[in-house]
Ligand binder design. Sequence first.
Ligand code: ADP
Length: 305
Amino acid sequence: MAALDVSGLHKTYGDTEVVAGLSFTVEPGTCFGLLGPNGAGKTTTLRLCLGLTAPASGSITLGGHVIPADAQAARAKVGVVPQFDNLDPDFTCAENLLVFGRYFGLKDADIRPRIPQLLEFASLAGKADARIATLSGGMKRRLTLARALVANPDIIFLDEPTTGLDPQARHLIWERLKKLKSAGKTLILTTHFMDEAERLCDRLIVIDHGRKIAEGSPRELIATHIEPQVIEVFDESCGQLPDFTENHRHLADRVEQSGETAFFYCRDPQPLLTALADADGLRYVHRASNLEDVFIKLTGRELRD
Ligand code: ADP
């Protein structure tokens, strides 16, 4: 049985179809990514899957429960890490876990023995009695993750779990999420960080304007949608990039210009690297293509607010 199955999902706000016929399936024990630019419909889709808002049409089954009809039973099996931490500032770390467990109908006698291991998992072992205001952003995120685990759910929804964190704090979250996956949990994740999706997700979908525009593993998506190598070329100071790009466009399979940088996507980078060796005043980075290149190709470079 799939952990989550979504079929033909539609949601409209006013005249706008925010989710426009979305279908996907999440297998148990995997990490599934929901990617898309701002306003693509990711948060709405998560809310629909949790039964927090009703669809115009379509079907959702979460943990074997039909949503929204049976949402309450489904939510008892599901952990949620929301986009913004909503820990209770009046309580300590341990108290936050206890109070949250009560929302799930758990007895204090069942929650209390779990608190040390939840804090340990969150690398907050010494912080049981610390007030929320004294925690760093990374600590708050980890406590929110621990809180989502209080009822030992099989499925965990994470809405941008590392937004606003520094690199060290992000790596710690990633490590914990991998541990959860190794323990057989299903993770359903939205993120703006393509490196995060590439690292964590077994499969993902890219959505835009409420529609699925790509689906696969990160590797499959890179192999299907993009040339394998990129050379990013930028001007050091002398303004030679436009001429260089025009004269060497034929050495790449595809060229994209974004601000001060030209992206040369290639199957064979050697001819362009040779040309760049003689090009004074230009700097470049040669790298393998990644999920961000796929994302930009599919959704464009213009800003979404
Ligand atoms: P994402 O999470 O991908 O940034 P959202 O699902 O938050 O996208 O939003 C998708 C679109 O739906 C946006 O245009 C947003 O303004 C609109 N929207 C979201 N929630 C509501 C709401 N409660 N009422 C009206 N419009 C909404």
